[in-house]
Write a protein that binds this ligand. Structure first.
Ligand code: GRF
Length: 210
């Protein structure tokens, strides 16, 4: 079997607020050789008891806690940006990070912030996207990995993965199947961005050699 093409060395900074299953999936992809040249430089949480933060500590990955509660958005984001820069992060991956980013933070990492959202954007931005999709009655649901800009769940799309909504689904079962796709989509998107062989034409991610 051919070994995967090495990607340009890329240090990830992962931002999370909760469970951290997308972070764990990215870490597994790195460990299992699906993201050559990519490493996790630091996992940052804004919530002290985020399970994902505990998991990162157990895995021996560098972690940082920057509690956002009671702090102004710009001050908090400046702390997090400084932390990411201190860890020489090239690509910021939002993985269940329940914070809107300030324009200053977005500007500090131009086109170097990815987010994962559990819907086929631009449908159902915001909270409880899977439930929104279920209640709306869509027949196809899914997830999106996109670059982050100043607007919520809005920047250029890198990867989408779609699944059929089943008659037997409820919001919980639908969310679980979307999550399984999220775990694949984030690795695909990191591979597509870390190599650097792409450009954004308008809103479109286009591979450079295509
Ligand atoms: C995921 O559904 C993701 O799409 C959304 O928040 C959830 C985070 O899950 N942004 P986890 O913490 O990665 O398990």
């Amino acid at each position: 079997m051919e070994s995967p093409t090495p990607l340009r060395a890329t240090r990830l900074g992962i931002l999370l607020s909760g469970r951290g299953s997308n972070f764990v999936a990215i870490a597994a992809s790195i460990r299992e050789g699906r993201l050559p040249g990519v490493e996790i430089a630091v996992v940052v949480s804004n919530v002290a008891d985020a399970p994902g933060l505990a998991t990162a500590r157990e895995m021996g990955i560098a972690t940082a806690l920057h509690i956002s509660k009671g702090k102004g958005r710009e001050a908090h984001d400046a702390d997090v940006a400084a932390c990411l820069q201190a860890h020489q992060v090239d690509l910021v991956c939002l993985a269940g990070y329940m914070r809107l980013l300030s324009p200053q933070f977005v500007a500090a990492f131009p086109r170097r912030i990815l987010n994962i959202h559990p819907s086929l954007l631009p449908a159902f931005p915001g909270l409880e996207a899977q439930e929104q999709a279920f209640v709306y009655g869509v027949k196809t649901a899914g997830c999106t990995v996109h670059f982050v800009d100043e607007e919520l769940d809005h920047g250029p799309i890198v990867v989408q993965r779609a699944i059929a909504v089943l008659e037997s689904d409820d919001p919980h079962s639908l969310a679980a199947r979307i999550l399984a796709e999220e775990h694949k989509a984030y690795t695909e998107a990191i591979a597509m961005v870390a190599g650097g062989d792409y450009e954004i034409r308008g809103r479109r991610y286009v591979k450079r050699d295509s």
